[in-house]
Structure formats: structure tokens, C-alpha cells
Design a protein. Structure first.
Length: 390
């Protein structure tokens, strides 16, 4: 009994010892198998892309958006009323100045011209008769005037001859006025006949046609019959912020792109700068002319303008994306022997993709352009675009 009691007392101590031993062995095994292996710090290299610092030009541009307009446009309507007899052109056709666009029915215009011509002939005949009558009246008056000097005729007869002479003079003036009126009516009839054929006032192409054969048109028609544009040269109208007005001037170079021809860049120059600033938008209107010899520019399209406001040539330049802000300073990372060193730089004129470096870099330096976000001074890097270093 004493022996069994003694054994029962030892069992808790044996169990505790066994558990402590098991836990200790397990912890040592887990630590030895799961402890992370520290990599070789010297083998870690941050992947970066680099660019070579060079000398070259830097251009500063002002970016604006505007609307393309034709250099000339004409909304052509009829100057006389009538019914359209024939149309000679359609939308898209090229026309020259003076080309016929359409013609009105001619019958009424020809009748009016012929009637005016007859009236003019009649007025001229009346004038001839009045002048003959005046000549006779003058002769008779002069004859009686001589006879009255010798008392061969009475004063009453001389007065009658004088009245007839004055009446003949008045008749000539009336006849001359009638001829002038008839001549004006004839010329107007001729003019209306000529205007019944509507012609293009400018060279260009038909942008829009609003009439058909058989329609009646008049000078008060609400819409033009044809819309003719000359877009051999286009003008661009844009609105410049008033803070930039000192950066532009007449004849300044302008670059332009349009969405319809994204691969091509067009060039022109400023031809107009507005004299007043819009108080609501704080902008002033500018216009530029751009040659369009290939007809790629379409009036009404959205144009993206870039105005060259400053240019510097043969200066040290760096890609804008290599410049980062560190502690408030413009900084670039220069790569040498696989190490990226942070270097403060002084910036000059900034362009779209390049920036002038006044101090801090020299030609042929390699600078990081991609991968600067995680870089620190002195980090090892791996150049993943080695062709740029050649």
C-alpha cells in the first residue's frame, strides 16, 4: 500500500516533466526550420530606367484649345426672287469665283427686260420730238421778235410765241427725265436678268446646299441657298488667359494638332490679338492662320494650340520626369557604377518633356527616369534599359 501511494504521488511530477521536455524540443525544431534566412543585402538592386544628359534646345509653350474656321466663307442667297430652274453644283464640289451655282426661271426676267427696252425706245423718241418742237418754237420766237421791232406784229403775238418757246423747253426737260427713268428701268431689268443666275462670290468648295430645283427663293429667304467656304488657309480662334498676354505677339509661331489627324502637326502664326479682356472669363481672343494645302483641316474642328513663348538653344537638358522633390529641393538620381546618388539641381526653362538644368548636372551623366519613387541616396540599382547608356 505504501509503495502504490508513493507512485501515485510521483505521477504528476513525471507528467509535468514530460510536457516541459516536449514543448522545449518542439520550439527548438520550429525555430530551426521556420526562421527566415536573411538575404545578402549587397545582392538587392532596385530596377531603374535611365537617360543620358545632353545639350539641346528647350522650348516653352502655352497650350490652348480653339475652333478651326475657314479663311473666307460666304452664305450665298438670291438677290432677286424667282423659281429655281437648274442647279449646277452640289455639296463638296469645288468652285471658283464667278462660277454659276443655280439659275432661276428666265421668262419673267426676259419679259421685264424687253418691256423696259421698249419703254426706253419710246422715251427717246419723245425726247427727239420735244427737241424738234423746241427748235421750231425758238425759231418762231426769234422771227416774231425781229418783226416786233418794226411793229410788223403785235405784242400779243410775240408773247404767244414766247410762251410756246418756254413750253417747248419744259417739254424737253420732261422728255429727258423720262429717258433717264426708262434707262434706269432698263438697266435694272438687265441687272435682274444677270442676277437670276446666282454665282459664287469666292473660290472654295460647297459646304452646304439648302435648295432644290423648283423651289421659290427671294432676297428675304431665312436660310442661305449655298454655304461656300475657302479653307485653303484656316484660322484658329482661341481664348488666352490674361496672365499670359505678355507672352504672345503678332507673327508668333504656333503649333497645332487636331483629333481627326492626330499623327500630323500643323504650324502657323498669330495674326490677331484682341484689344479687350472679357471680364467674365478673364481672357482675350487671339487668332492664328494655318496653311491647309492638303485639305486635312476641317472648319469647325477642335484645335489644340501650342504657342512658342520662349526658346533656349544648346543648354544642358534633362527629362522632366527625372526631377523629383526631396525635402523641398529639385533632385535627380545620378547613376554611377551601379549606385544611385541623389543630387540637387537648379532648374531653368521648362518645356513639355525637357527642362533646362542650370547647375547640378553635366552632359553624359546618367539619370534615373523611372523608378525614382523608392530610391534613396546611395542605393544599388540595376539599369533595365542598358541601350540608353551607350
Amino acid at each position: 500500500m505504501k509503495k502504490s501511494t508513493h507512485l501515485r504521488r510521483l505521477i504528476p511530477f513525471l507528467v509535468a516533466f514530460w510536457l516541459a521536455f516536449s514543448l522545449g524540443c518542439g520550439s527548438q525544431g520550429e525555430d530551426s526550420s521556420s526562421a527566415p534566412k536573411m538575404p545578402n543585402q549587397a545582392a538587392i538592386r532596385a530596377p531603374v530606367k535611365v537617360a543620358v544628359i545632353k545639350r539641346g534646345p528647350v522650348q516653352s509653350w502655352i497650350a490652348l484649345t480653339g475652333t478651326l474656321l475657314p479663311i473666307r466663307e460666304s452664305r450665298v442667297g438670291a438677290k432677286v426672287g424667282g423659281r429655281i430652274a437648274e442647279i449646277f453644283v452640289d455639296e463638296g464640289d469645288d468652285v471658283n469665283t464667278g462660277d454659276a451655282l443655280f439659275i432661276l426661271e428666265q421668262r419673267d426676267f426676259l419679259l421685264a427686260k424687253n418691256q423696259a427696252e421698249h419703254n426706253l425706245d419710246a422715251a427717246r423718241a419723245s425726247l427727239s420730238a420735244a427737241r424738234i418742237n423746241l427748235t421750231n418754237a425758238r425759231r418762231e420766237f426769234n422771227r416774231l421778235k425781229g418783226l416786233r421791232a418794226s411793229n410788223a406784229v403785235s405784242q400779243q403775238e410775240l408773247d404767244a410765241a414766247s410762251d410756246a418757246f418756254e413750253a417747248a423747253q419744259a417739254s424737253v426737260k420732261v422728255a429727258e427725265a423720262s429717258v433717264d427713268g426708262a434707262r434706269d428701268a432698263f438697266e435694272m431689268a438687265q441687272h435682274n436678268l444677270a442676277e437670276s443666275t446666282v454665282r459664287s462670290p469666292i473660290s472654295g468648295h460647297i459646304a452646304r446646299r439648302n435648295v432644290n430645283v423648283g423651289e421659290v427663293v427671294s432676297p428675304v429667304s431665312p436660310a442661305p441657298c449655298f454655304y461656300v467656304v475657302d479653307d485653303s488657309v484656316c484660322k484658329v480662334e482661341a481664348h488666352l488667359p490674361d496672365t499670359k498676354q505678355s507672352s504672345v505677339c503678332i507673327a508668333q509661331k504656333v503649333g497645332m494638332t487636331v483629333d481627326g489627324v492626330p499623327a500630323k502637326r500643323f504650324y502657323g502664326e498669330i495674326t490677331h490679338i484682341g484689344g479687350t479682356i472679357d471680364p467674365l472669363s478673364r481672357t482675350l481672343t487671339i487668332r492664328a492662320r494655318v496653311a491647309n494645302p492638303d485639305g486635312l483641316l476641317r472648319p469647325g474642328a477642335l484645335a489644340r494650340l501650342k504657342i512658342l513663348c520662349e526658346e533656349r538653344k544648346q543648354v544642358v537638358t534633362a527629362p522632366i520626369r527625372c526631377v523629383v522633390k526631396r525635402n523641398g529641393d529639385a533632385t535627380v538620381f545620378v547613376v554611377s557604377s551601379g549606385i544611385a546618388s541623389a543630387r540637387r539641381v537648379t532648374l531653368g526653362l521648362s518645356g513639355d518633356e525637357e527642362v533646362e538644368i542650370i547647375d547640378g548636372l553635366a552632359p553624359d551623366d546618367l539619370v534615373v527616369i523611372d523608378g525614382t519613387e523608392s530610391l534613396e541616396d546611395g542605393m544599388a540599382v540595376e539599369v533595365i534599359n542598358p541601350n540608353q547608356t551607350m
